[in-house]
Ligand binder design. Structure first.
Ligand code: HEC
Length: 332
């Protein structure tokens, strides 16, 4: 229905505009007095008449279309006012006003062009003035109509949508800390795991963003925006075991303060005492469970002197060994 109406309106409006462009020429020509000038009178009258009648139809199809597209509220007659110059309502209001004025003035111009005149007179200055006014109003209505028809979709909703705040951007890390899980892309700060007493005696390796590597090695505050991830595995008989421990994450915010995340995708049953029974843990930001991290990390990375040094013990060479190592002797 909208398509049908808008097609009708869009098609009809070209007639009055074309007539309005041609009418001034005929009106001027019809000013000259004398024999043989009558056909110009007819031409001028016809153009104004045809333009006004089709213009009247265009007014009705335009009204119906504006109601369908909610530019005019249902049951309303006029486009509601909008002070924002250039907004859709503003343009539509101008379009409607000019179109209505054009129909009214068209009727006046028609009257003027049909006044009783003698053959030796021209069509008359009154007809010329009214006709020019009609042509101007029709052309201006067409101009604003063109702006309406070619308004982009952004402009289309500008009036109503401007006040609404934009929807918040979706949080890509709502389900899992994606950047931290991609820690293998970062610079490794430990070539082999060390056993870290402050983090549950797990075997850990630290990974940092390349720009932070130098500062981390020197034990200086990491630059804002840097990411430090500590991967961990559970201890098994004094060595790194098979179960993955939590991923400890520290981000350095713009103000230099750290923000923590702890992600433990699969908490082994024996370790659920540490997580309040949870099988999976994803704590981040202001989560109270991360309050304990502040004890050592209130200002960021831990001081170099506190870093753990305990590495995987090398198995002693068999020939220099007097008695077999306790965990390696019996596997042959
Ligand atoms: C008792 C002090 C202490 C506590 C509590 C602590 N850490 Fe650490 N953290 C350290 C030390 C020391 C290191 C250095 C790594 C190592 O050698 O163990 C470290 C290293 C880290 C690192 C790597 C960056 C760095 O500073 O070297 C991250 C990330 C981290 N901890 C996160 C956490 C999180 C998250 C918590 C809370 C769940 C936490 N830490 C609790 C002492 C602590």
């Amino acid at each position: 229905m909208i398509d049908w109406l808008s097609f009708k309106h869009h098609m009809l409006v070209h007639f009055p505009v074309a007539a309005a462009l041609l009418a001034p020429l005929a009106l001027l020509a019809a000013q000259r007095a004398g024999r043989g000038i009558r056909p110009w009178w007819t031409a001028a009258r016809f153009l104004i008449l045809a333009g006004s009648i089709v213009g009247l139809f265009a007014v009705f199809t335009g009204l119906a279309m504006a109601r369908k597209t909610a530019l005019i509220p249902p049951g309303g007659w006029l486009v509601p006012g909008n002070p924002v110059s250039g907004s859709l309502n503003w343009i539509a209001r101008r379009h409607q006003f000019l179109a209505l004025a054009s129909v009214a003035v068209g009727w006046v111009a028609l009257k003027a062009a049909h006044r009783q005149r003698k053959d030796h007179q021209g069509i008359g200055i009154l007809a010329l003035l009214a006709g020019l006014l009609w042509a101007g109003l029709t052309g201006a209505a067409g101009y604003y109509g063109g702006q309406l028809a070619h308004a982009g979709p952004s402009q289309d909703t500008e009036g109503q949508k401007a006040a609404e705040p934009p929807p918040p951007p979706p949080d890509p890390e709502a389900e899992a800390p994606l950047r931290a899980l991609d820690y293998l892309r970062l610079e490794p700060m430990h070539l082999e795991p060390v056993k870290s007493p402050p983090h549950g005696n797990r075997w850990i390796r630290v990974w940092v963003t390349p720009a932070a590597a130098e500062a981390y090695a020197a034990g200086k505050a990491l630059p804002p925006g840097s990411l430090a991830v500590m991967s961990s595995t559970e201890d098994r008989w004094g060595r790194p075991g098979f179960d993955a421990g939590p991923l400890y994450v520290m981000e350095t915010r713009g103000d230099g303060k750290p923000s923590f995340t702890l992600y433990w995708a699969r908490v082994p049953e024996a370790k659920r005492g540490e997580t309040g029974g949870a099988e999976r843990v994803y704590w981040r930001g202001a989560d109270p469970a991360l309050g304990s991290c502040q004890a050592c990390h209130a200002s960021g990375i831990a001081p170099v002197r506190d870093r753990s040094q305990w590495r995987v013990p090398r198995r002693p060479k068999a020939e220099t060994e007097e008695s077999p190592a306790p965990d390696g002797g019996g596997n042959g």
